[in-house]
Design a binder for this molecule. Structure first.
Ligand code: PEP
Length: 267
């Protein structure tokens, strides 16, 4: 069975509630009737419920940008998977390089040392399992730093992340997971990964899934590419055999750009 392309917009820390509603109101009209591409937006936590109301009944789905592995309790700041489901989410991004504290663009040494949120592969794995338990599907992101690529360690870094991130799922859950290959140096830099190379790494990820879960799961799992995807490079990337969609940051903030990428998946 061919894999349906999946384009997800990660709004990161952008858009007020009102701006988010305005964006999806514009998007709804532009993507109405598209049924050969799955489409999702991932607003900030505070905008989820209202944006969810605005897209109800449309072909745009809702996702969270992160979650926690506990169901409830004294965990200040955290959002449980069940809360995302309650707000209307079907998807949740887990292990984005910005929550892992791995940056391609931060120049400031202090900011690098602070490392922001310091996500670990083991917590990515725990969050993804908690997401399934609550009825969500995780989009698990992985990717190498520029220094790791320059040192020839890309494949090793990806394999190391995937083996822990994907450990121990039930086969029926593993089949539904969406993976996102996001080279950290390509995120928000305008420096997109060469399409052949992105396809090669996505193929490596698929081979790792095959080793861990078998050929049927590897064939079913969708692997997105993320990192400076724009309307003018989308069709080339999305035309590659191992790239089944895109996780889009900056270009998901403008309806025209996001729809240009969605159309790239249909070319
Ligand atoms: C991202 O952060 O997931 C991303 C791909 O960002 P951008 O599209 O802005 O590079």
């Amino acid at each position: 069975m061919p894999r349906q392309p999946f384009i997800a917009g990660n709004w990161k820390m952008n858009k007020t509630i009102g701006e988010g509603i305005a964006l999806v109101e514009e998007l709804k009209g532009m993507v109405a009737g598209i049924d050969d591409v799955d489409i999702a937006v991932c607003p900030t936590f505070v905008a989820l419920a209202k944006v969810g109301d605005a897209i109800r009944g449309s072909n745009i789905m809702l996702g969270g940008q992160d979650t926690f592995w506990k169901e409830s309790g004294a965990w200040t700041r955290q959002i449980a998977p069940g809360m995302l489901l309650d707000a209307g989410c079907r998807w949740v991004i887990i292990g984005h390089s910005e929550t892992r504290g791995r940056f391609g663009t931060v120049e400031d040494e202090l900011e690098r040392v602070l490392s922001y949120f310091g996500e670990k592969d083991i917590t990515v794995n725990m969050k993804a399992k908690a997401a399934f338990a609550a009825g969500l599907t995780p989009i698990i992101a992985c990717g190498e730093l520029l220094s790791e690529r320059q040192a020839g360690r890309t494949d090793q870094v990806i394999a190391g992340q995937m083996k822990i991130d994907l450990d121990g799922f039930a086969k029926e859950d593993a089949m539904k997971i969406v993976l996102a290959y996001e080279p950290v140096w390509a995120i928000s830099t305008g420096q997109v990964c060469d399409a052949e190379e992105a396809d090669r790494v996505c193929g490596l990820i698929r081979a790792i899934v095959k080793d861990m879960y078998g050929a049927d799961v590897a064939e079913a799992v969708r692997i997105q590419y993320g990192g400076s995807v724009k309307p003018d490079n989308a069709a080339e990337l999305l035309g590659k055999p191992n790239i089944d969609g895109a996780l889009v940051g900056g270009a998901s903030l403008k309806a025209n750009d996001f729809v240009g990428i969605i159309n790239g998946a249909r070319a």
